[in-house]
Ligand binder design. Structure first.
Ligand SMILES: [Zn+2]
Length: 408
């Protein structure tokens, strides 16, 4: 083929070149495509990165929020811990309170048990007295009116004359002025009271204490009040009482006292005392104030001398010498029931107490003293609200103060 072959060859070269070029021209396109792919990849990467950044931002925000939550939690925990601490402190006090409550309850229960035991003692004493005295007293009772009078005449020959001696004008004036209930007695009772007072004044020794200078007014007023309890009765004129100590006012003593489970020691103000042998102690200002009032269930002299009557049979236990044995049964039944009612009213119904002075719940002996004060000081109220109790006391004291209508 020669030149043409050459030309042809040359053309072929060109074509090849062109083809080459075409190939060259084909290479940038691939390149571009590759680049495009890269850009797409980069874009995607960027987008991914953008998303990643968003995710990071979101994460950060979340973390920020999370930290806030953690902080809030911390604060909450702080508050919680403070609460727990407060709770603990409170809890710490609570057992102390519970213990105190228990202690108090223990004391209360002990008081109730003691009271119950007292009541049991009361009933036991009544039963014993009832049995012991039994037939013996019935036998003595047959001579009830003659024997004591005969013995009294033999052992105290001056008493009969004293019993007939009236009060002096000065003494009578004192009684009329100081003893409010004196006016409620009829002439016969006033004369009998005068005779009892004469024996009392002749036989008892009075002593002023705490700087008090005794006067006739004091002696006569005390004698009159004390002898009201002896009217109409066979009496030995308070055989155990030798001296009466009179203080100007409430006097202070060093006392040791059981208050529930606790023993309280310290100074204590007292208005009066009745010792089982020999002595009665009185605060004059209270003697005078009580004696001067009617419709008054507080009377210091009646209270202390009721204790003396209670002790005449050997025990201050709320059961005085009732004479006939047949009286002990009803006395014990009625007084034990009233005593129980008073004590349970104090323990069970707060604020709604009995009209009998709460001091009577101390023990049967105080109960007898307190109801004696009420019997003479507020007889109508007692007869109305405690008829059985009034009847027992009227039988013992052989008086019916409610019938006078002067007090109550
Ligand atoms: Zn008393």
């Amino acid at each position: 083929m020669g030149e043409r072959g050459n030309v042809g060859g040359r053309r072929n070269d060109l074509e090849a070149g062109r083809e080459e070029l075409g190939g060259d021209r084909g290479a940038p396109a691939a390149e571009r495509e590759e680049l495009g792919g890269h850009l797409v990849a980069i874009t995607a990467e960027h987008e991914q990165l953008g998303g990643g950044l968003l995710a990071i931002t979101a994460e950060h925000e979340q973390r920020g929020g999370g930290l806030l939550v953690v902080t809030a939690e911390r604060e909450r925990r702080g508050g919680y811990l403070a609460e727990i601490t407060a709770e603990h402190e409170q809890l710490g006090e609570y057992p102390v309170e519970v213990a105190a409550e228990h202690g108090q309850l223990g004391g209360d229960l002990e008081g109730i048990i003691t009271e119950r035991e007292d009541l049991g003692g009361y009933l036991a004493v009544i039963a014993a007295e009832h049995e012991d005295i039994g037939a013996e007293v019935d036998e003595i009772a047959r001579n009830e009116t003659t024997l004591p009078a005969m013995l009294d005449f033999l052992t105290h020959p001056h008493r009969a004359a004293l019993r007939e001696t009236p009060l002096s004008d000065a003494q009578r004036a004192i009684v009329e002025k100081n003893v409010a209930s004196f006016a409620s007695f009829d002439a016969a009772d006033q004369a009998e009271l005068a005779g009892l007072m004469q024996v009392f004044l002749a036989e008892k020794s009075f002593e002023g204490c705490g700087g008090l200078e005794l006067t006739e007014e004091m002696k006569v007023t005390i004698a009159a009040e004390a002898c009201i309890l002896l009217l109409h009765r066979e009496t030995a004129y308070y055989p155990d009482v030798e001296s009466i100590l009179v203080y100007p006012a409430a006097y202070r003593v060093r006392a040791k006292r059981h208050d529930g489970a606790v023993v309280v020691e310290g100074d204590e103000d007292r208005l009066g005392e009745s010792w089982s042998r020999g002595t009665v102690v009185l605060a004059w200002d209270h003697v005078k104030a009580d004696a001067g009032r009617t419709n008054n269930a507080h009377n210091l002299v009646l209270h202390e001398f009721a204790h003396q009557l209670d002790g005449e049979d050997g025990d201050m236990n709320g059961v005085p010498d009732l004479g006939r044995s047949s009286r002990y049964g009803s006395w014990g039944h009625v007084l034990a029931e009233e005593f129980e009612e008073l004590t349970s009213s104090l323990y069970e119904s707060h604020g709604k107490h009995s009209d009998i002075d709460a001091y009577g719940a101390t023990n049967p002996s105080e109960f007898f003293a307190v109801v004696t004060e009420m019997f003479f000081g507020k007889p109508a109220a007692m007869k109305d609200r405690h008829p059985a109790l009034y009847e027992q006391l009227a039988g013992f004291y052989k008086q019916d103060p409610a019938a006078k209508g002067a007090t109550g």
